[in-house]
Design a binder for this molecule. Structure first.
Ligand SMILES: Cc1ncc(COP(=O)(O)O)c(C=O)c1O
Length: 397
């Protein structure tokens, strides 16, 4: 494997998982007329007013030049204001990146050495796992989620941090969670942060879905010299393809920016300038716009949750935040990849296998990517598929 004549490919890359989304896109392509509840996307476009402003800028020379590595000043200023006002982060500086995934890679490269140990919680975000793997950080300790709530198990973390010498370099959580669809209540997040601070581990919190909170729940952030927060424009403003995210790093830590700049200057140099302007104009449109889109997703969530109820209510979690439900497959069915393939090919609906998130025997279901009418179609197919699965198993033909 990985050796072609005398040319070998890097073990670092070969030993990294294959991206699950690429596999699922391939499955969708091979499956005629399938509908996807797989990809973590939203069905809306960026705000019209913001897109119109961007159109008028396209021909300006500054759009085609490189910009500051950290991001254009207008956007960074607006984000500093947003961080203080919305996230209560007062001691953080900002680097704009080509999406939250690139933000995460920047951080792993700036904070970890090959061979360091790191901590994630199951079910975990597959891209974060891959980012560790491909940078040589292969000592990935995966902690459990609480079986009832799926919240990261802080007691496990406390024990693990106590007995690790040296302490893990990074602990990372996603809030609200991909793929769990649950959130991390503020006292728990604070406890995790305090545990990391006390032993000297960095805490990276991925807040990609900060606005995706349901039923009155509130998202919150923690701050400290050991905490780094990641954010994204992709989902909130329907800007997946524009690739804008940002890192809020502790301003008072000496040399943090200098190290981040080394990484940034060698990967994107700067996030796309036109995309940064779209992000800036979208912020001007404001968060009420985002909340309106998110509120509308409740109908999708309820449709999909209803279809999953066949699995038994205790086996379906999530839907508190982000755009995901998380379900345990019926007892005895362990090969979730096979179930996903079968559901796609026989019933025309595509999900994500839980194995990709460290939890075989489960599936992740996204309810953000389709408008309500299409979500209803997908939910109906899911009901038919699950009925058959429970009644007859994975019959073919
Ligand atoms: C938790 C989480 N982080 C990061 C990303 C990637 O976001 P971006 O498009 O900003 O790179 C996603 C996308 O699904 C995500 O779910």
């Amino acid at each position: 494997m990985g050796s072609f004549g005398k040319l070998a490919l890097a073990r670092r890359a070969l030993e990294t998982e294959s991206p699950i989304m690429v596999q699922m896109q391939e499955l969708c392509r091979r499956t005629k007329d399938s509908v996807s509840l797989a990809q973590g996307v939203v069905h809306w476009q960026p705000p019209k007013q913001a897109l119109n402003k961007v159109k008028q800028l396209v021909c300006e020379p500054k759009i085609s030049r490189y910009g500051a590595d950290e991001g254009i000043p207008e956007l960074r200023d607006a984000l500093m204001y947003k961080l203080q006002k919305e996230n209560k982060l007062y001691k953080s500086n900002i680097m704009v990146t080509a999406g939250a995934n690139q933000a995460f890679v920047n951080l792993v490269l700036a904070l970890c050495d090959a061979g360091d140990s790191v901590i994630m919680f199951a079910p975990y975000y597959f891209n974060a796992y891959m980012s560790f793997q491909m940078t040589g950080v292969t000592n990935i300790l995966v902690g459990p989620g609480d079986p009832k709530t799926l919240y990261p198990d802080a007691d496990w973390l406390e024990q693990m941090l106590k007995k690790s010498d040296p302490p893990p370099k990074v602990v990372t959580v996603v809030n609200p969670g991909n793929p769990s669809g649950t959130y991390i209540p503020e006292p728990l997040l604070k406890r995790i942060s305090d545990l990391c601070r006390d032993v000297g581990s960095w805490l990276i919190v991925d807040n990609t879905y900060e606005y995706f909170m349901y039923d009155g729940r509130k998202h919150s952030c923690v701050e400290g010299d050991h905490v780094v927060n990641i954010f994204s424009f992709s989902k909130a403003y329907g800007m997946m393809g524009w690739r804008v995210g940002y890192i809020a790093y502790p301003a008072e830590v000496d040399g943090f920016l200098a190290q981040l700049l080394k990484v940034q200057d060698n990967i994107p140099i700067c996030a796309s300038i036109i995309s940064q302007y779209l992000a800036f104009f979208s912020l001007e449109v404001g968060t009420d716009w985002v909340r309106d889109q998110v509120n509308d997703l409740v109908k999708n969530r309820d449709l999909v949750r209803e279809s999953l109820s066949l699995l038994g209510d205790d086996n379906v979690k999530g839907g508190e935040g982000a755009i995901y439900l998380w379900a345990r497959l019926p007892e005895g069915i362990k090969d979730d990849f096979e179930v996903v393939r079968w559901l796609a090919q026989r019933h025309g609906v595509v999900l994500i296998p839980g194995s990709a998130c460290g939890c075989p025997g489960h599936v992740r279901i996204s309810f953000g990517g389709l408008p309500e009418a299409q979500t209803a179609v997908a939910a109906e197919r899911l009901v038919k598929g699950l009925e058959e699965l429970l009644r007859d198993g994975m019959v073919e033909g």
